[in-house]
Design a protein. Structure first.
Length: 256
């Protein structure tokens, strides 16, 4: 059984209605990169794009005024927010672009940046489609009945997740509208592209998702490691395809 703390999160896809969200738990000792792979799995992201985390750290106003050597100065709140970005290194040089990022995501533990005092972060995936997931720490608990093998796990959620390379939130809304009407040229085009004539973006299969959380984050870890190192992913890429087909009947569809 686990002796470490368990972090419970709520994560929500920004900008989409009806809400797509997940409540899930992870072990406290995971890396920030592993948290990214878990979030990607939860929202049907396929590990085909770059990603990063953004943290807003509020500076101490009294300390800042003292350092400036001026009293009774009015400091706008935006100047008290220090934005910290944590992302991937360059795939060719393995060097971090310091103009964009403060930390390499492979070097950071989750618990060092997500705390009760700083519970929120924003995860961005695919800088073209620009999917943003607002992630918030709800609580930290200790459950001696759980082992690390039981984590991560999702407790509750709504909505399917994203459709890769569909054009972001607007594209997802267009897909939802087309499949609700089930007719017309746009619907036919989506059916041909997605190889599915009955996608339900309101569905969420929690049993299937918990099964996939056992394997897919680890596979994603090897996929991204391979882009910045020498890890081979041939075997696991095949395993990933099998896992997806088993859960989605090879269509990307969840059962309600």
């Amino acid at each position: 059984m686990t002796n470490c703390s368990i972090y419970q999160f709520n994560a929500e896809l920004k900008g989409y209605k009806p809400r797509m969200w997940r409540r899930f738990q992870v072990s406290e000792d995971i890396s920030l990169a592993r948290l990214a792979y878990i979030v990607m799995t939860l929202f049907e992201m396929r590990a085909n794009h770059l990603f990063d985390f953004e943290f807003k750290m509020e500076l101490n106003k009294s300390k800042l005024i003292k350092e400036l050597g001026r009293e009774n100065i009015e400091i706008p709140r935006k100047f008290l927010l220090n934005i910290i970005k944590i992302g991937l290194p360059d795939s060719e040089t393995n060097e971090l672009d310091k103009r964009i990022y403060d930390f390499n995501i492979f070097d950071v533990k989750m618990k060092h940046f997500i705390t009760p005092m700083m519970p929120k972060t924003r995860f961005t995936y695919d800088f073209g489609d620009d999917w943003k997931i607002n992630v918030k720490l709800e609580k930290i608990i200790i459950d001696e009945t759980l082992s690390k093998k039981d984590l991560p796990r999702v407790l509750k959620g709504k909505g399917y997740g994203i459709i890769e390379d569909c054009g972001g939130i607007d594209g997802l809304k267009s897909i939802a509208e087309a499949y609700s009407e089930k007719s017309g040229e746009e619907y036919e085009n989506y059916c041909e592209w997605l190889l599915d004539d009955d996608i339900d973006l309101a569905s969420f299969d929690i049993v299937d998702m918990n099964n996939r959380l056992k394997n897919i984050p680890r596979i994603y870890e090897k996929i991204y490691d391979s882009r910045y190192g020498s890890v081979s992913v041939c075997h696991d890429a095949g395993r990933l395809r099998q896992d997806r087909c088993a859960g989605d009947n090879c269509t990307g569809k969840h059962n309600s």
